[in-house]
Design a protein around this ligand. Structure first.
Ligand code: SF4
Length: 160
């Protein structure tokens, strides 16, 4: 089946009403969704934002789990280090997984959407309808990012 044919059958074909309400709920630790993973371009964007070298940013704010870079977490809460007073303090430089949320491939089936997204995210059902085209773009971006993170080179990612 071609990609366009399969997209026609998605439950989100007519778009999804969603608008971030700034609750910070997607930035707190939730088991398997606990880490904010970072591709090299995510780390480079952050480094530019902080006017640091990428290697310095990586040393100061990142660590690896099973060979994959992610932001360090708050030692007490385990939430994202950049969540301050329930708001993202690095919004313009936020990484891919934060930009594409909640349109991640692993939750864009009707069952997971209900269980993993709609049940806790107050942005679902609010604001304008996000078109299927925009959702598809976010899905592709997130898929690409996940491929980069999980690729065969992940274990030898140099500190750069
Ligand atoms: S970088 Fe910002 S949007 Fe992403 S998890 Fe951290 S506080 Fe939330």
């Amino acid at each position: 089946m071609s990609e366009s044919a399969s997209e026609k059958q998605e439950w989100w074909n007519k778009g999804v009403r969603f608008q971030c309400q700034g609750s910070g709920k997607c930035c707190i630790s939730r088991g398997e969704y606990g880490y904010v993973y970072l591709t090299l371009s995510d780390r480079q964007r952050f480094a530019k934002h902080f006017d640091m070298r990428t290697s310095s940013f990586t040393r100061k704010f990142c660590e690896q789990t099973e060979g994959i870079w992610h932001l360090k977490t708050d030692p007490q809460t385990k939430d994202c280090l950049f969540l301050l007073e329930n708001k993202c303090s690095v919004y313009k430089a936020r990484p891919t997984q934060c930009r594409t949320w909640p349109f991640w491939p692993e939750v864009m089936n009707a069952k997971s959407w209900k269980k993993e997204v709609a049940s806790f995210c107050p942005g679902v059902g609010k604001g304008p309808v996000i078109s299927a085209q925009k959702i598809s773009k976010a899905l592709k971006e997130q898929t690409q990012s996940e491929k980069e993170l999980m690729g065969p080179d992940k274990l030898i990612t140099p500190l750069q």
